[in-house]
Each structure stands twice: as structure tokens, then as C-alpha cells.
Design a protein around this ligand. Structure first.
Ligand SMILES: [Zn+2]
Length: 129
């Protein structure tokens, strides 16, 4: 993959990263505010987050969003690392090139479409919901 193309994906990844961080901060701010109001002590933040975990549907929803965003953030960081190591755009499972269409749709993807489908098939077999 050429340098120029790397740059495009890197920009997209960094842009997405920023959006995710903003969202995480937003949730973090609203939680910190609630905690400051209820405890007056920000150092108890972590413990109280656990305590308050099941307090409300709103918080549960936010926890789920936060989980998802943090996972997504990790994927983006991994993809950025692959760009720096010159490994970007290659399936980490089979080593084949990932199609540009797929990279444009999901720039942080680890796997080519074939491996992704196989992994998903295995996952749904293992943990049927
Ligand atoms: Zn693959």
C-alpha cells in the first residue's frame, strides 16, 4: 500500500478516535458530576462507579456505550499501530490484503472479509444468544 493511501486511512482513524474520546469524556463528565454531587469526594470515583453500576437504566445504557467506545478505541489504536509498523491493510489472521472497500467502510478492521465471516460464524456457534 502506498504512503499516500496510508495517510488517508490514518486521518480517518485519528478523526474517529477524536470522536470516541469526546463521547467518553462526555459520559465521564456527567458521571463525575453526579458523583461529586452525591459524595463530594472525587477520589471515591472508581468505587462508586461500581456501586452505582446498576443504579439506573440511564447509567446502564451509558456503561454499555462506554464499553463499546473503549473497545472501538482499542481497535483504532491497534490499526494506527499497524500503520506505523507498515502492516496496515493486511489481514492479521491469514495475511491476505484487505480490500480497499472494506478498509473504507471499517478502517480499523483487523481481518479480511473472509476471516471476519469465519470468526463471526464461530462466535455465534460458541455463544448462541
Ligand atoms: Zn484473512
Amino acid at each position: 500500500m502506498t504512503e499516500e493511501k496510508y495517510e488517508t486511512y490514518k486521518e480517518i482513524l485519528l478523526e474517529n478516535r477524536k470522536k470516541i474520546l469526546n463521547k467518553i469524556e462526555e459520559i465521564d463528565r456527567s458521571w463525575s458530576k453526579t458523583l461529586r454531587e452525591s459524595t463530594g469526594d472525587i477520589s471515591a470515583y472508581a468505587t462508586h462507579l461500581a456501586d452505582l453500576g446498576s443504579e439506573s437504566n440511564e447509567r446502564e445504557k451509558e456503561t454499555r456505550i462506554l464499553d463499546r467506545e473503549i473497545r472501538h478505541l482499542k481497535e483504532i489504536d491497534k490499526a494506527l499501530k499497524r500503520i506505523y509498523k507498515d502492516k496496515y491493510g493486511t489481514c492479521t489472521f491469514c495475511g491476505e490484503k484487505i480490500s480497499p472497500q472494506r478498509l473504507r467502510a471499517i478502517p480499523e478492521t483487523d481481518y479480511c472479509i473472509t476471516c471476519k465471516k469465519n470468526i463471526e460464524k464461530n462466535n455465534s456457534r460458541n455463544h448462541r444468544t
